[in-house]
Write a protein that binds this ligand. Structure first.
Ligand SMILES: [Zn+2]
Length: 244
């Protein structure tokens, strides 16, 4: 029987971290089901990994006006548990008559978000009050969105090829978000990798997945021990994406 994993860094959702005007709220991060994260810097709100349920969670969080003002979404990779809520969110913003543009940042090669975008803009070609801008990230270069500095970094994530035991690489990113002298590192889904270890080091908060159930490491998810070893180099860390 598998031993039940115990760790003080594992918390119940939502997980909230806040330093002055910089905060992050992880509504959930449940493997194969859904992730949903809200980043707030001053008056600006950003969505990270809008999995299923993101519209419900944001609706509870905000009134319609604040939701309509959301201007940036960050997607770490194309798995359904990280972007399954995109269609309903885009549709809601259309129905509520959003007029300001919406930018979606995602890793180069993430066909899922591009497919959703193409289908959505086709369906609502003559009836879309706001502009959606796809921002494909192909370089690990720092950039700014509103008052936040964003540093993407490549991580190692894989998926099974259907009906086989073979795995293939999934384009996947983590992000370091900086505001007001504080850094939040979010690794997304990843196996242990140097780029994440580097990005998480000295971060004020590192959000690390520990989704791998076995003790032997693989290139899909981190073991609890791997995630903890990276987390300890940050000022604080939380473990997410842990199987029940
Ligand atoms: Zn994944």
């Amino acid at each position: 029987m598998m031993k039940k994993k115990q760790n003080n860094s594992v918390q119940k959702y939502p997980i909230v971290w806040k330093k002055n005007d910089f905060s992050i709220k992880i509504f959930c991060s449940i493997p194969n089901i859904a992730t949903g994260i809200l980043l707030t810097a001053g008056k600006n709100h950003f969505i990270i990994d809008p999995g299923d349920g993101i519209l419900r969670d944001l609706s509870k969080e905000f009134g319609v006006e604040s939701l309509k003002n959301i201007s940036h979404i960050f997607v770490t990779h194309g798995h359904h548990d990280h972007l399954g809520g995109v269609w309903s969110l885009l549709t809601y913003l259309r129905v509520m008559n959003k007029t300001s543009s919406l930018k979606i940042y995602y890793p180069s090669g993430c066909v899922e978000i591009e497919s959703i975008y193409h289908a959505f803009t086709k369906v609502y070609a003559s009836n879309l009050p706001y502009k959606i801008e796809l921002k494909r990230i192909s370089e690990e270069k720092k950039f700014s969105v509103k008052n936040v500095s964003v540093k993407p970094f490549s991580v190692v994530h894989k998926e099974y090829v259907a009906n086989t035991n073979k795995k293939r690489i999934v384009p996947a990113l983590g992000f370091n978000f900086s505001f007001d002298g504080k850094v939040i590192c979010y690794g997304g889904d990843t196996g242990y990798c140097d780029s994440l270890a580097k990005a998480a080091k000295n971060a004020d908060l590192a959000i690390l997945e520990a989704g791998h159930e076995e003790s032997d490491p693989d290139e899909m998810h981190m073991t609890m021990e791997e995630a903890q070893s990276i987390g300890k180099s940050a000022k604080k860390y939380v473990l997410v994406h842990i199987p029940d």
